[in-house]
Design a protein. Structure first.
Length: 71
């Protein structure tokens, strides 16, 4: 995905008690992924990291979903 930094936000999504939650937000995939993995570890498995939603800055709907990178 080629774009200018700030054009898109990356929202690392997870599941907690049957609810979809945001675990990390970043201007790059790598940062959102890193924060979600830290969140999952700190929660001792209470929150499960699922995937990363890509949202164009200013929009309300995601434009695509990316798989999480395995550890």
């Amino acid at each position: 995905m080629n774009h200018t930094l700030g054009d898109y936000l990356y929202l690392a999504m997870g599941e907690c008690n049957g609810h979809k939650v945001v675990m990390g937000i970043g201007y790059t995939y790598d940062y959102a992924d890193k924060k979600a993995k830290q969140f999952e570890k700190a929660s001792s498995g209470t929150v499960k990291y699922l995937d990363v939603s890509v949202v164009k800055t200013g929009d309300k709907a995601k434009c695509r979903t990316m798989e999480r990178i395995a550890d």
